[in-house]
Design a protein around this ligand. Structure first.
Ligand code: BG6
Ligand code: MG
Length: 215
């Protein structure tokens, strides 16, 4: 039944969610807005501009589009700086092993990430060649929980959503997967990702054999 796997990037394949958090915290502090890890949960899977809007709303800040572009650009420059030295050591446990196993079993592999930095990041950690198709923040303007980024990924794999499992660490991403008619695997806390069909703390221990049994 399952023919493809669509992976979110930040927090699923690579340990970059913490760098997004640091960069947003820095921006929030510059804007004088309190920013907690709980706030950060709302930003996971959300596009750069919508993340900024969340912080502006929280602080009750109104500003011009020009200023918004300036803030988003600054956050991205900090983020890119944080990840500039990233290498294979930041690949999350089990990710590479699962990709190898899926390839061996001829399962389609796609990326479904909101990030515009996805491709250079995948290159830096030397995982880009595993992906048959990349759908990222440059593929659509619609941010999760809209399913568009996953629908583009499924189309790229030439598969219907019902034949693909979406792997996601964010509430908004799981919501997007469900809306799009995908099967879903939450990566993280079962209580947080309670909409997901199955949840695992990470990709460790997952193989094609395990997934075939689960789905
Ligand atoms: C998602 C992250 O993968 O990408 C978000 O979970 C991030 O935290 C979003 O804001 C957009 O990323 P970027 O790299 O385009 O700013
Ligand atoms: Mg994520």
């Amino acid at each position: 039944m399952i023919r493809g796997c669509i992976f979110d990037l930040d927090g699923v394949i690579v340990d970059t969610a913490k760098y997004h958090y640091l960069a947003w915290k820095r921006m929030a502090s510059l804007l004088g807005v309190a920013f907690t890890e709980e706030d950060n949960e709302h930003l996971k899977g959300v596009s750069r501009m919508q993340s900024l809007q969340y912080i502006l709303n929280k602080g009750g800040i109104k500003c011009s589009d020009e200023d918004k572009q300036k803030y988003a650009k600054a956050k991205n420059e900090w983020y890119v700086d944080y990840i500039s030295t990233i290498d294979e050591t930041e690949i999350l446990p089990g990710a590479q092993e699962l990709l190898i196993d899926l390839k061996k079993n001829n399962v389609g592999i796609a990326l479904g990430s909101a990030s515009k930095n996805a491709k250079p990041l995948l290159k830096n950690i030397h995982l880009i060649d595993f992906f048959d198709f990349i759908s990222d923040g440059n593929s659509t303007e619609k941010s999760k929980p809209d399913p568009d980024v996953f629908l583009i990924a499924a189309k790229g794999l030439n598969l219907q959503p019902a034949y693909c499992i979406v792997f996601e660490d964010s509430v908004k991403g799981i919501e997007a997967a469900l809306k799009g008619g995908f099967r879903s695997m939450g990566i993280g806390d079962k209580n947080v990702l309670n909409g997901a069909e199955h949840t695992m703390p990470g990709l460790s221990g997952l193989s094609w054999e395990v997934l075939e049994k689960l789905y």
